[in-house]
Design a protein around this ligand. Structure first.
Ligand code: FAD
Length: 295
């Protein structure tokens, strides 16, 4: 039986791994992304998430890809949706489209503030925070399983972790069924974050997000986007292998695998891998865990 709601899948006590893909930016890229996502779907992950282009630019493809994975491969899908650059009307329309596509899992996100609007007066915006989208999804009668984003190293706009966790609790109380974390490269940061949020009364499942860094160029971008701390162990690995693409890929996948094994050894049963439309990376990670998955 296929469990389509992620909240149900998360009740499993054995290790399960899910993968993330992103939609193409243009129509021309659609076929190659479709092929890559299908290759990943064939690995039978617990679920696959499909991101939503910043500002909603590639939103049409998010649903097309999520629907395709679900219908062709029976893999449960999680469609991301952002709200900050949208009107109420557009978001309502998107929610209806998600319902019509038969997708039951939605990741409710604010989205990044476009550069040119960073200093704008936000008082007239239809959406300022993800919590408003969570409430809207709840009110839509879509019977959605709703995910929210969280940040073990705090969101870059937050002044401190206490404030970030207070708003996170507000978002969860509005109706999130689970949370997925921003990438992190030191598992201790995750363990300490989990301790703090549980103490703050946030009890929903948290899925750690693991990003396999497979080439040196990815690092600057990943850190800029996430503000993630790079442990010395990881820096040494990049220093040693960064200029050799094949070695860097192997070392990056090994590092991500090691993070996953440590998480599982410490009681975490669901891990989301930012597989970035790279079937070979998803495949390697699954291979590396072959004797551990399902145990
Ligand atoms: P929010 O939960 O709204 O939080 C944003 C900031 O506002 C935080 O600092 C928070 O503390 C603060 N805040 C929250 N509520 C309030 C309030 N009521 N009053 C004052 N401050 C408040 N981006 C995309 O464009 N597409 C994607 O598909 C996508 N997928 C993602 C998946 C994951 C797992 C993660 C971690 C991020 C993803 N992002 C995506 C990036 C995300 O959109 C950005 O990190 C964005 O800046 C914040 O989104 P959020 O939903 O966490 O926002």
């Amino acid at each position: 039986m296929i469990l389509l709601k992620i909240s149900e899948l998360l009740k499993k006590e054995t290790l399960s791994v899910s993968f993330e893909v992103f939609p193409p930016k243009t129509e021309a890229g659609f076929e190659s992304v479709k092929t890559a996502t299908e290759e990943i779907a064939k690995l039978c992950p617990a679920f696959m998430s499909v991101t939503y282009g910043a500002g909603g630019g590639t939103s049409k493809y998010t649903l097309d890809i999520a629907k395709n994975i679900k219908e062709l491969y029976g893999v449960p899908t999680l469609a991301h949706l952002t709200c900050v650059s949208s009107t109420k009307e557009t978001v309502k329309e998107k929610i209806e489209q998600i319902k019509a596509a038969g997708i039951s899992n939605v990741m409710a996100l604010r989205g990044d503030i476009p550069k040119e609007l960073e200093n704008a007066d936000r008082s007239g915006w239809d959406y300022k925070h993800a919590v408003e989208l969570v409430r809207e999804l709840k009110e839509s009668n879509g019977d959605f399983c709703i995910g929210g984003a969280c940040y073990p190293e705090i969101h870059p706009e937050s002044t401190d972790s206490r404030e970030d966790i207070r708003y996170l609790k507000e978002k969860v109380d509005a109706g999130c069924d689970f949370l997925t974390t921003q990438m992190f490269f030191d598992n201790n940061l995750l363990y300490s974050f989990l301790y703090k949020i549980r103490e703050a009364g946030i009890t929903v499942p948290v899925i750690p997000g693991i990003m396999p860094i497979t080439n040196a160029n990815q690092i600057d971008r990943a850190i800029k986007l996430s503000g993630s701390f790079m442990p010395q162990r990881f820096k040494s690995l990049v220093d040693k292998f960064g200029s050799d693409p094949d070695a860097m890929k192997q070392a990056g996948i090994a590092y991500a695998t090691d993070q996953i094994i440590d998480l599982y050894a410490n009681g975490i049963t669901n891990v989301h891998v930012y597989s970035m439309n790279k079937p070979e990376v998803a495949m390697k990670i699954k291979d590396n865990l072959s004797c551990i998955l399902g145990k």
